[in-house]
Design a protein around this ligand. Structure first.
Ligand code: BES
Ligand code: MN
Ligand code: MN
Length: 584
């Protein structure tokens, strides 16, 4: 036999002899079986203090317990918890009651005597302290994960027009969840390409305003046959959640949605003013965003930008990123013969654009792996001695890096450590090359055209427009007169690196400590997030990049995943971060 004590926020329950004095709630209830009684404070073992939906039926008040992560309270008899707890003796007296605490008292069927005893709960136990926030988040783990999987099942691939309906679906999914998290103002903003989702809650006068940015779009999942489980069917294996977008960036966006929702549910309000901007074009270069930022400066203004779209240095090393590389993305089209030609009839006397393309790319690096474009390095900021030392003393492991890459050997710009090469040096990479025949069997053809997609990662203080000009000029100079070249700059984003002295960074560090039990390190990274630079340039506000991915989680590749401990730890850390920002 089981009995329960339910503490209702507003209705006293006469049959349970609930009474409230200035500093305590007194409950008279049947004595529990000693073995089954929670070991510590009963409140500490009750799951959360206010999250069980209640309604009234002819049976009395019913409380939906199926939302609870696991049965609580009875450590010994392991009695299962019912889906719905009916409390026939409690009548609703007006308004929907809120069950603010549930205590499970296991009683064996053989126990007969039920003497009454009194338990005193300190009122402060029932208030929403950080402890209760932690409990609440802990209790929601399964729901959080299930909801994230729902998000991940939407194949919101921004690069492909066939996924336009999925993009729309993802945008409205995000807007719904923002509403559920407690945002009253939520907008889906159409753009020339994919919609932005914007939300705000400015109901904390005197408190700081934070803009949280993330993206709901994902990279294409191809090559599909290299996924162990399908890209859009999220699957847990060995403590990791696999699926496209798990780490980049749906999993990390969801961390913030759930942290905010938890704060709202536990405290009835957000601790700070929050603006949220979740875009759907990040993976294709945030093309529509610049325009939106320029037209909505007042709307987006905030005391700080918060982003989770980066990585931790390594497992167990929470990290704050203060520098990103910029990115120019290019495409070229070489045309030789006016049409495809029979390679036997014409071969030997005509230019082959594919051969010329490969020759071109073989000339863009020298033997020290430096880029040969004249002027390319002219504006590259030299790393200061102190920063150089700090970055090279981070707990970064070459072994982990090599394991993640898995190449037979390594190359990099001579004179720089790998960390410096990855975070502080510019690069030029060939991303795709095509043309001619690539189908089954053989086709003897000299193609008319050859194509390449390539990109340059940029570092402070390189100017993307200037670099694009230099690259185009050099390429045109290298190409023979036997082909023509169409040169396109598809997207462009500036590099970013900023000081991290503002007090908000210490708060971020403290919050990460709460979520992960370890001190966070400050890192730079090699990836690019165009919005961060745009915000920094426009408002010069601190940009706090708290990443919960890991470098070996296969972002942009098959078997992308996120470590569940980082997803759950992230929710805890971010909830603490927002909460601390409200108490300065
Ligand atoms: N989340 C990444 C950026 C990132 C990755 C930052 C790793 C730090 C570490 C983002 O979604 C991304 O992939 N950005 C693109 C930029 C873009 C303009 C397409 C990138 O870096 O290639
Ligand atoms: Mn991302
Ligand atoms: Mn990405």
């Amino acid at each position: 036999m089981l009995s329960y004590l339910v503490i209702l926020a507003s209705q006293p329950a006469p049959s349970l002899q609930l009474s409230r004095s200035a500093d305590a709630i007194h409950c008279q209830l049947p004595t529990s079986h000693p073995l089954c009684f929670p070991r510590h404070s009963p409140i500490a073992t009750s799951p959360s203090l206010n999250s069980f939906p209640c309604h009234t039926s002819e049976k009395g008040v019913e409380i939906l317990l199926s939302a609870a992560r696991k049965p609580f309270g009875c450590h010994t008899c392991k009695s299962p918890l019912p889906q719905v707890l009916s409390l026939p003796h409690i009548q609703k007296t007006g308004g929907v009651p809120t069950a603010c605490g549930i205590l499970l008292l296991g009683k064996r069927a053989s126990d007969s005597a039920t003497p009454l005893s009194t338990i005193h709960y300190s009122l402060s136990d029932l208030e929403c302290s950080p402890m209760n926030l932690a409990n609440f988040i802990e209790d929601q783990r399964e729901q959080h994960l299930a909801e994230l999987c729902e998000f991940l099942r939407i194949p919101s691939v921004s690069a492909k027009s066939e996924h336009k309906p999925d993009i729309e679906r993802a945008a409205s999914w995000v807007s719904e969840k923002l509403r559920a998290a407690g945002f009253k103002k939520v907008e889906i903003v159409p753009t020339n390409m994919h919609p932005l989702v914007y939300a705000e809650s400015l109901e904390a006068p005197g408190k700081p305003t934070v803009l949280f940015y993330g993206h709901y779009d994902v990279q294409p999942a191809e090559p599909l046959d290299l996924w162990t489980s399908p890209a859009f069917e999220p699957t847990v294996r060995e403590g990791n959640l696999f699926g496209r977008g798990t780490a980049d960036d749906k999993g990390q966006v969801h961390i913030h949605l759930k942290a905010l929702e938890s704060l709202q549910k536990v405290n009835g309000k957000f601790p700070i003013n929050v603006k949220v901007l979740i875009e759907g074009e990040e993976e294709v270069g945030s093309v529509s965003l610049w325009d939106y930022v320029q037209k909505n400066k007042d709307k987006l203004k905030a005391d700080a930008l918060v982003v989770s779209d980066t990585s931790m240095l390594a497992k167990g090393v929470p990290s704050i990123t203060y520098g990103l590389r910029g990115l120019n993305y290019y495409q070229i089209e070489l045309t030789g013969p006016a049409r495809d030609l029979h390679s036997g009839v014409y071969g030997g006397a005509v230019p082959n654009p594919l051969t010329i393309l490969t020759e071109l790319f073989s000339k863009l690096h020298d033997k020290n792996f430096r880029i040969t474009v004249p002027g390319f390095y002219d504006d590259v900021a030299k790393l200061g001695g102190a920063e150089r030392k700090a970055l090279n003393s981070l707990p970064w492991k070459k072994k982990d890096f090599e394991k993640a890459v898995g190449a037979p050997g390594y190359v990099g710009e001579k004179g720089f450590t790998i960390v410096e090469q990855l975070w502080t040096r510019p690069t030029l990479e060939l991303n795709g090359i095509w043309g001619g025949y690539i189908g089954e069997g053989a086709k003897t053809v000299i193609p008319s055209k050859a194509y390449a997609k390539f990109s340059t990662r940029l570092v402070p203080n390189q100017n993307p427009q200037k670099i694009a000009g230099l690259v185009e000029k050099h390429i045109r100079k290298l190409l023979p007169k036997t082909v023509t070249c169409k040169f396109d700059l598809l997207s462009s984003g500036k590099p970013w690196a900023a000081p991290y002295q503002d007090p908000i960074f210490a708060k971020a560090q403290a919050a990460l400590q709460k979520g992960f039990g370890k001190k966070a390190v400050f890192i730079r990274e090699g990836g690019s997030i165009p919005f961060v630079t745009q915000m920094y340039d426009t408002f010069k506000v601190p940009c706090v990049l708290l990443g919960f991915g890991l470098p070996d989680e296969n972002a942009h590749a098959p078997d992308e995943h996120i470590a569940l401990e980082n997803y759950f730890g992230g929710i805890k850390a971010i909830a603490n971060f927002y909460s601390d920002l409200g108490t300065s």
